[in-house]
Ligand binder design. Structure first.
Ligand SMILES: NC(=O)c1ccc[n+]([C@@H]2O[C@H](COP(=O)([O-])OP(=O)(O)OC[C@H]3O[C@@H](n4cnc5c(N)ncnc54)[C@H](O)[C@@H]3O)[C@@H](O)[C@H]2O)c1
Length: 357
């Protein structure tokens, strides 16, 4: 499959963005967005931060790596000191399963530290930049829930209320509203990008309820067993009845960078707020297993076992299986091919495994 649709040529940074701060840079998405930006922008200075030191991909001075706990305002301020940060991508957070399991931790990280970061970005915009910083808050489609968001539903954003079905979704909604108001008042040029499930997630399984979607591919392709938590057997109708909305990891990373680049005039295609549903494709667990068979053969399939997990199913039942993202496509975000996109994501993962061997 050709990657021409990713249209990297369009990713021109606004002229005031000479330095970008990326939080959550040690995480799965943060690491890859850092690498992509290092590749795309030889003249850009990038500050990466995480609670554990993020990877130092290059020794050259355009990358500054900072270990910081963003629960501490002083550590947030230190990130901006002596810098001229024109763009920020806020990726740090506690995932859906983790936020549901630990209410206090979820709110401390997913709300309090993000509000503190927005305040610091506003101060920096006013005192150093003398213009609003371009601020990309990474949100999630988990802001949706309620009666119109069952796995078999297709969300039409304008018709679908925001009724999150999890603490994680509530936390993301709260920060989106802050970001919207900071933009409305002209403090920041804020954009909230709601990610679909990103596939295939590399590294260890996350605490996200959607973790199994990548796990059904990632573990078997490495000869490790994987449990499908939404079915009792390979014949279970749930494999067809619980579609998930996901995007190829490469597509998501590209779209996050576009979130930073998108000219303000493209808001005319949006929904009237500052929130963007990053486009994805509808895939059933049955199609995921078919891709495992295509790429990992019978050997891969034998490594999958089936055991329903009520907690995972309860969270997945609050997610719609499909979304209308025609407005975002007009805004310049790109989407995977619905027939071949998931297989391409699996191929990317296989290529990465081969490279690390
Ligand atoms: N991966 C997905 O499928 C997906 C889907 C929807 C939304 N998202 C959102 O995208 C963002 C990135 O996701 P990811 O998959 O890379 O997650 P991840 O868990 O791999 O990375 C999150 C990072 O945040 C850091 N972090 C947590 N608490 C912190 C603190 N107090 N101070 C500093 N750093 C802290 C963690 O150390 C971690 O490295 C998150 O905001 C997530 O909610 C991801």
């Amino acid at each position: 499959m050709s990657d021409a649709y990713l249209n990297y040529d369009a990713l021109k940074l606004p002229s005031h963005v000479e330095t970008v701060l990326l939080t959550g840079a040690g995480g799965f998405v943060g690491r890859e967005v850092t690498k992509l930006m290092l590749d795309l922008y030889p003249a850009l200075r990038i500050i990466t931060t995480d609670i554990a030191e993020p990877p130092r991909f290059t020794a050259d001075s355009r990358l500054r790596v900072v270990k910081a706990d963003l629960g501490d305002d002083a550590q947030i301020d230190a990130l901006f000191a002596g810098e001229k940060v024109g763009g920020l991508i806020a990726l740090h957070g506690i995932m859906s399963g983790g936020s549901e399991a630990d209410f206090e931790l979820g709110y401390t990280v997913n709300v309090d530290s993000h509000v503190a970061l927005l305040k610091a970005a506003r101060r920096h915009s006013e005192t150093v930049l003398a213009r609003p910083m371009t601020y990309v808050f990474i949100s999630s489609l988990a802001v949706y829930g309620g009666d119109k968001c069952k796995p078999t539903d297709r969300v039409i954003p304008a018709d679908t209320p925001i009724i999150p079905g999890t603490s994680y979704g509530v936390e993301k909604t709260i920060v989106e509203l802050y970001a919207y108001d900071y933009a409305r008042r002209g403090y920041l040029d804020a954009r909230s990008c709601r990610l679909p499930t990103v596939a295939i997630r590399t590294g260890a399984p996350s605490t996200a309820a959607s973790s199994f979607i990548s796990g059904l591919i990632r573990e078997p392709l490495q000869g490790i067993g994987s449990v499908c938590p939404i079915a009792e057997s390979a014949d279970d109708p749930m494999l067809d009845n619980m579609p998930v909305y996901l995007a190829r990891a490469k597509t998501v990373f590209r779209n996050i960078v576009w979130g930073l680049c998108m000219p303000s005039e493209n808001w005319k295609y949006g929904k009237g707020d500052r929130s963007i549903n990053i486009p994805g494709i509808r895939v059933t667990p049955r199609q995921i297993l078919a891709a495992l068979k295509e790429h990992g053969g019978e050997e891969g399939m034998r490594l999958v076992s089936y055991k329903k997990d009520a907690a995972v199913i309860a969270i997945c039942e609050t997610w719609a299986g499909d979304y209308d993202s025609s407005a975002e496509i007009k805004q310049g975000f790109v989407v995977d091919n619905v027939e071949t996109g998931f297989s391409a994501a699996v191929q990317d993962f296989k290529d990465e495994l081969a490279e690390t061997k």
